[in-house]
Design a protein around this ligand. Structure first.
Ligand code: APR
Length: 238
């Protein structure tokens, strides 16, 4: 099975990586729907919404601040590194479409990363819309913009639209891809998961890496039910 995947990948002209929280799990970051996915008893669906922020911005910020603290202390995994180091047969870097907001693909050295759900390291003013980079952790109050408006994480919350330019580039890449490796996503959050369908409709060869069975399994030509760190580097042979 592994040899078949390696052969397909080597002959692919437009490979693509798609990733979710599972690719960062081995660095020590909890996934959203895994056993440590709740924060003070609350699920992401309860915290990552404009309504939750409207009701209690400090509580939402405390969750993000906790996550930013965790992320700032970890390093990219072997799977992040392998993706960053891989080159196509034409010598090009493979684009990564990620649902993750942790920035670990970039830390590993990937430069073509499409962050479908934004970045936890960028803040946006809810009043004037300005965006700023910010890596400070340990906040005690809600950060404020120079205009006096509340700053929020520039991530996509439930009920919000994905950044249009990022999603349209992701769609185009999924349509044009002949090989997709999907790593560490439960595949339950849309429209990110639909990109796998779209690639499949375009006849891409789909490889899934996830220790658990997921709803994406039926779209995959091959599913490896293993942790990313054990197998991604092996398949990418870097
Ligand atoms: N290697 C690969 N996969 C793993 C590993 C690992 N070491 N450990 C866990 N996984 C898998 C889990 O089996 C699960 O299927 O990673 C997946 C993580 O799923 P989710 O927690 O649902 O994360 P994700 O699919 O990225 O969530 C999508 O939901 O809350 C939102 O915006 C948030 O981007 C996130 C979106």
């Amino acid at each position: 099975m592994k040899a078949r995947v390696i052969k397909r990948l080597r002959s692919a002209s437009s490979p693509l990586f798609m990733t979710g929280a599972g690719i960062s799990a081995e660095s020590g970051l909890p996934t959203f729907r895994g056993k440590d996915g709740l924060w003070r008893g609350a699920s992401p669906e309860e915290l990552a919404t404009p309504q939750a922020f409207g009701r209690d911005p400090l509580r939402v910020w405390q969750w993000y601040d906790w996550r930013r603290g965790l992320i700032s202390r970890v390093s990219p995994t072997a799977a992040h590194m392998a993706m960053a180091g891989f080159r196509t047969r034409a010598g090009r870097e493979v684009p990564v479409i990620t649902q993750n907001v942790d920035g670990l693909h970039q830390s590993a050295g990937s430069s073509h990363v499409l962050e479908l759900h934004g970045s936890i390291w960028r803040l946006r003013c809810v009043r004037c819309g300005v965006e700023v980079q910010d890596r400070v952790t340990g906040l005690s109050e809600v950060p404020l913009c120079e205009c006096g408006g509340l700053l929020r994480p520039a991530v996509v919350w439930f009920g919000e639209l994905l950044p249009e330019d990022v999603f349209s580039e992701a769609l185009e890449l999924a349509r044009g891809s002949d090989f997709v490796m999907v790593v560490g996503t439960s595949g339950v959050v849309q429209p990110a998961a639909s990109l796998v369908n779209i690639a499949r409709e375009g006849n891409a060869f789909i490889v899934e890496v996830n220790p658990e069975e997921t709803c994406l399994g039926r779209l995959a030509d091959i599913s490896f039910h293993e942790a990313a760190g054990d197998i991604v580097a092996e398949l990418l042979q870097v």
